[in-house]
Design a protein. Structure first.
Lengths: 142, 395, 139
């Protein structure tokens, strides 16, 4: 566990951590997500840059990227959803208003259902029924 | 409360913009709410990037936007270099910063032209774009093309600078400085400009923080965030420059922040050119292999913070390449800054954020329940308001 | 319509459609209006409405959302009207040819008569394209 006020406060809510120069990537469970994000955004004053969703072997993972501007460090909580057919996780838009468009785009490209998101509509492919659904998922040969 | 219908806005205005669909709800003449429909430019970069190699990805991301076409490659190479903490040679660092700052100058000059056109000062448009041409010529000297330079590589840059052309580049920078000082004086003295732009479209500090705005949009509202000082990459750690931050958050402050930034950029370019006369060495650190891992790279583009995230698995392709352009975070601030402004000011407020596709005017069919539908030309409204203000000052 | 084309060639009114470009070709087209290249001295100007247009300039890969709108705009343009594809994107798709969002066949949406390749084409290239168009019209 890195020696850092954030990691000491969070204790065991934070799982497997990768520490690099000015970058921290750590795993968080869905139930603890709101508490961790609240601490990062409100107490530490970080700014949300964006969030990345990827389809990995274990499931679908979502990585949020919070920038601590004073030190130039990035804190990236990672949530892994094991169910690839219907991935579901809590939305952080009630805490961070700027996450609304970011989560809409992830829902559209990967099919993730964000519980608590105020406006679940596609962002980039709205009014466009010709484009294929969930374009960034891996294509499986069945 | 009258409702507004939309008519799709194609790029109908000569000031080429991407099609932009705005849903503006008005109450009389005041804007109450705004909603946007985007996706007209969606080309699927993240999907294509997974099938190309790292160097091909750098070529691909240049074409995300034509105006900030160095910011994306710079952020992309920072991300790839972040995976393995690759060091770049000193000469390459100065060349990268020089190209980045020149792009900031040309992009802000472009914006001044558009802002002038939207409020009815067409001469400002022609002059700003005329003074932009020598900068594009400088790019041609450095990289061979006016836009889409193809200069960035993992570990350095692709081309070196010819030392014999440095004096003429210094002269161009002097010219830009002189014209910027003239525009700064105009902005300070002209009462019509002040009453047209001051207090219009205010974005408060709290809203800027909540909506995670960045770039000049946030700096005009008092949020001191700039990638060049927070995480100095390339040569920024060795250069001497200031970051202007203002506090009112209105369109006038956004305008002044950009003028000050251009003056700072010419300072940085001069320092880089002086250093390039003496610093010797290679321009590329040939990296043969990128290990598996994740990397975050960012760069302060003229519009804000460009963010790239690359995940690599040890081969020569990215398995996930996430791109976040600065306008993605700045455009949602319209819902905060457009509330309560008169419809004639809607256009300049939408343009002050400098979206990477400029917003369209000539929008909408405004439908009032009590009257027949009528068309509103936002550009005409904006220019008429300027005329009214000028006649008040008897100009 | 030979006589009509000759009249047209004296002062061409151009309407620009930007169908998912990266905006670079668009900025270069606007550069033609600015004092250095100043295409208005040839009588060529950019108009605001497609109903006044003689020549349409198309730039960008036409993605699936914009496709029907471009077709609608082309149908509204009074014929005869010539279409010029600016940049490498309408010509071959440039680097986006593998994208899922690209229209399958541009020729179904809008038939292009003249291609000006380049990424972006320099303003001098575009002026040469216009000159070729004028020669064809005068022939």
């Amino acid at each position: 566990m890195p020696k850092n006020e954030f990691f000491e406060t969070m204790g065991d809510k934070v799982g497997h951590t990768i520490e690099k120069k000015l970058r921290y990537y750590f795993e968080v469970k869905n139930e603890d997500l709101h508490e961790v994000i609240n601490y990062i955004f409100n107490n530490m004053g970080c700014r949300l840059s964006t969030a990345t969703a990827t389809e990995i072997y274990r499931g679908i993972e979502v990585l949020y990227h919070f920038s601590h501007d004073k030190t130039g460090t990035y804190y990236c909580p990672r949530i892994i959803m094991k169910d690839k057919e219907k991935p579901q996780m809590n939305s952080i838009t009630p805490i961070v208003r700027g996450a609304e468009w970011i989560e809409r785009e992830m829902a559209e490209m990967f099919g993730i259902d964000f519980i608590g998101h105020p406006r679940k509509e596609p962002l980039l492919t709205r009014n466009n029924p010709t484009v294929e659904k969930l374009p960034l998922r891996l294509r499986r040969v069945s | 409360m009258s409702m507004v219908n939309n008519v799709p806005i194609g790029p109908y205005h000569p000031l080429l913009e991407e099609a932009e669909y705005f849903n503006i709800v008005v109450d009389g003449e005041t804007v109450v709410d705004i909603d946007m429909d985007i996706g007209w430019m969606h080309r699927g970069h993240e999907f294509i990037s997974e099938q190309k190699s790292f160097t091909q990805s750098i070529y691909l991301v240049e074409r995300i936007c034509g105006i900030c076409s160095t910011s994306h490659p710079l952020a992309c190479v920072h991300a790839i270099e972040d995976i393995d903490n690759v060091e770049i040679p000193e000469r390459a660092a100065y060349i990268r910063s020089l190209v980045g700052e020149l792009e900031r100058i040309h992009s802000h000059l472009l914006w001044f032209g558009l802002a002038g056109h939207f409020i009815g000062y067409d001469t400002v448009w022609m002059w700003a774009w005329k003074y932009r041409e020598p900068i594009l010529q400088m790019f041609e000297i450095i990289s061979g093309n006016r836009n889409h330079y193809g200069m960035m590589r993992v570990g350095g840059v692709a081309r070196d600078i010819d030392l014999a052309r440095i004096p003429e580049m210094m002269e161009t920078l002097d010219m830009v400085d002189e014209k910027m000082n003239m525009i700064a004086k105009v902005a300070n003295d002209d009462p019509v400009l002040k009453s047209r732009l001051k207090g219009v479209g205010v974005l408060t500090h709290k809203d800027a923080v909540d909506l995670c705005a960045n770039g000049p949009t946030a700096r005009a509202s008092g949020v001191n965030t700039d990638v060049r000082q927070d995480e100095p990459n390339d040569a920024y750690g060795w250069l001497d420059f200031n970051v202007p931050v203002l506090h009112n958050g209105d369109v006038y402050d956004k305008f002044v922040v950009r003028v000050l930034e251009v003056i700072e950029s010419t300072k940085i370019c001069r320092q880089c050119l002086e250093k390039l006369k003496t610093v010797k060495g290679p321009i590329l650190n040939n990296v043969k292999h990128i290990s598996p891992g994740e990397g975050i790279g960012r760069y302060e583009a003229p519009r804000g913070e460009v963010f790239h995230f690359i995940k690599s698995d040890g081969t020569n392709r990215p398995i996930r390449h996430k791109v976040r352009a600065p306008s993605f975070a700045n455009i949602p601030t319209y819902v905060a800054s457009c509330k309560g402004i008169p419809l004639a000011d809607a256009l300049i407020t939408l343009a002050s954020v400098d979206p990477c596709y400029c917003c369209t005017e000539r929008s909408l069919k405004v439908v009032d329940k009590n009257r027949d539908p009528y068309k509103i030309d936002l550009l005409k409204l904006s220019r008429e308001k300027t005329q009214d203000i000028r006649s008040e000052y008897h100009v | 319509m030979g006589w009509y084309n000759k009249r047209l060639a004296k002062s061409i009114w151009v309407f620009h459609i930007s169908a998912s470009p990266c905006n670079n070709c668009d900025i270069e087209i606007l550069d033609l209006l600015t004092p250095r290249y100043d295409i208005e001295r040839f009588g060529i100007k950019l108009v605001g409405s497609v109903r006044h247009a003689d020549v349409l300039l198309v730039s960008g890969i036409i993605n699936q959302k914009v496709g029907p709108i471009v077709k609608k705009v082309y149908d509204q343009a009074p014929k005869p009207c010539f279409v010029v594809g600016v940049g490498s994107c309408p010509a071959s798709g440039c680097c986006f040819k593998d994208s899922y969002n690209k229209s399958k066949n541009i020729k179904d949406i809008i038939p292009i008569d003249l291609y000006i390749p380049g990424c972006p084409p320099k303003p001098e290239n575009m002026i040469e394209g216009v000159v070729k168009l004028v020669e064809v019209l005068n022939a």
